[in-house]
Design a protein around this ligand. Structure first.
Ligand SMILES: [Mg+2]
Length: 349
C-alpha cells in the first residue's frame, strides 16, 4: 500500500485529505473551544459562544450552470452553511459571501445570484455583512461563511452519543440525490438532441430538494418545546451513511439502522423505480438533503415520538458492534462512508 504522503487525492478521498491536513493542528487559545471536526467551530468569548462554518462551491464540481438557475444557487450557497449552524443547535446571525467570477457572466447573472443570497437572508433572518470578489479563470467560485450563536447549555456536538441512544432524522432522505439524477439524465438527453424537451413533470419536490433546499431552522425550537436535548447532531450533507459515521467516530460508538424506517418521499421512490435503482442507494448514500440527524437518550423515546416530522431510524450500539443497516428480511449490510460529491468528482478527474 502506498505511503500516506504519496497517495493521490482520489485514493485519500475527501475525509482522508481533511485528516491528513489537520492531524497536527493544535488550538492555542482557550476560547477556541472546538476547531476542525464538527459542523461548525465553537468560539467562547467569556461564556458567549460564537459558531463559525464555511463552505466552498465550485462550478463543475458542486454545480452545473447549464441546469442550475443562479438565483437558486445563491439561495443554496447560504442555506447549506446555515444548516451547519442549526446542526450545532445554534442560531445563525450573519454570513459573508465571496465569489470568483469568470468574465463570461454578465452583471445581470451576478445580480440574479445575489437575489438568491438576499432571499435566503430574508427567509432565515440573517445579515449579509461582507465578503470579497475576484476574477476567476475557471468558472464560478463561491465561498460562504456563516456565523451564529448558541447558549452553552444548548449546544450539541457530533460527540456525545452513547450506546442505546436512539438515532433520529427530520423530514425525508434521498430526494436531493434523485433530483440530481433527474437533472443530469435530462441534461444528457438534451445535449444529445437540442430539440429534446426535458421531462421534469411530476418531480417538483425532488427538483426543489436539489436546487433550492431548506435548512431545518425549526428543529431547535421543537426540541426545546418538547424538552429533549440531543446527545449528538449533524446535518445530512454527505449522505446518511457518511454523516452517521461521523457521529459514531466522534462519539466512539457503533450503530444499527433499519432501512424500512428511513423516511422516503413518494417522488424519490417513484424515480428510483423508474431508473431501476434501490431507493436505499439514494437514502443511504445520496447527500444534500440538509435534514438533521441526531441521537437522543433512550429515556426520551416518548417525548421524541410526540414531535411531528421526526423518524426514529435506529439505535447506537457499542463500537465493537460495527455499523449495520438491517433490512425488512432481517439481512444486514455494513454501512460505508461515501463523501459522495467531491469523492465522486475526484475519481472522474
Ligand atoms: Mg455539516
Amino acid at each position: 500500500m502506498a505511503d500516506k504522503k504519496t497517495r493521490t487525492l482520489s485514493e485519500l478521498g475527501e475525509f482522508g485529505l481533511i485528516r491528513a491536513l489537520t492531524d497536527d493542528i493544535i488550538l492555542r487559545h482557550p476560547g477556541s473551544r472546538k476547531g476542525i471536526g464538527d459542523d461548525a467551530a465553537v468560539l467562547d468569548h467569556n461564556g458567549f459562544l460564537t459558531l463559525v462554518t464555511t463552505d466552498l462551491l465550485l462550478e463543475g464540481i458542486h454545480f452545473d450552470l447549464t441546469y442550475v438557475p443562479l438565483k437558486h444557487l445563491g439561495y443554496k450557497s447560504v442555506v447549506v452553511n446555515l444548516s451547519d449552524i442549526y446542526a450545532m443547535n445554534g442560531t445563525p446571525l450573519q454570513v459573508t459571501v465571496s465569489i470568483g467570477v469568470s468574465s463570461k457572466l454578465s452583471l445581470n447573472a451576478i445580480e440574479e445570484f445575489y437575489k438568491g443570497i438576499k432571499l435566503a437572508c430574508n427567509q432565515y433572518e440573517i445579515d449579509l455583512i461582507g465578503g470579497d470578489t475576484s476574477a476567476s479563470v475557471n468558472g464560478l467560485i463561491i465561498s460562504v461563511t456563516a456565523l451564529g450563536t448558541a447558549q452553552p447549555q444548548q449546544i450539541v456536538y457530533r460527540k456525545g452519543a452513547k450506546k442505546g441512544d436512539l438515532i433520529c432524522v427530520t423530514g425525508d432522505l434521498g430526494g436531493a440525490y434523485m433530483g440530481l439524477m433527474l437533472l443530469e439524465q435530462e441534461n444528457k438527453l438534451f445535449r444529445k438532441d437540442p430539440a429534446y424537451k426535458p421531462q421534469l413533470d411530476g418531480y417538483q419536490y425532488i427538483l426543489e430538494r436539489q436546487l433550492k433546499p431548506e435548512a431545518r431552522k425549526d428543529l431547535g425550537r421543537m426540541l426545546l418545546a418538547g424538552r429533549v436535548k440531543p446527545t449528538s447532531m449533524i446535518d445530512v450533507s454527505d449522505g446518511l451513511s457518511s454523516d452517521l459515521l461521523h457521529i459514531c467516530e466522534a462519539s466512539g460508538t457503533g450503530s444499527r439502522i433499519f432501512a424500512d424506517r428511513i423516511p422516503v418521499h413518494s417522488e424519490t421512490r417513484k424515480l428510483a423505480e423508474q431508473l431501476r435503482i434501490s431507493p436505499n442507494v439514494a437514502t443511504l448514500n445520496g447527500g444534500e438533503d440538509y435534514e438533521l440527524l441526531f441521537t437522543v437518550a433512550h429515556e426520551d423515546f416518548a417525548r421524541i415520538q410526540l414531535i411531528e416530522g421526526i423518524s426514529i431510524i435506529g439505535m447506537m450500539t457499542g463500537r465493537e458492534d460495527g455499523h449495520l443497516v438491517e433490512f425488512e428480511d432481517k439481512s444486514t449490510i455494513l454501512m460505508e462512508a461515501q463523501g459522495w460529491n467531491a469523492k465522486q468528482k475526484w475519481e472522474e478527474l
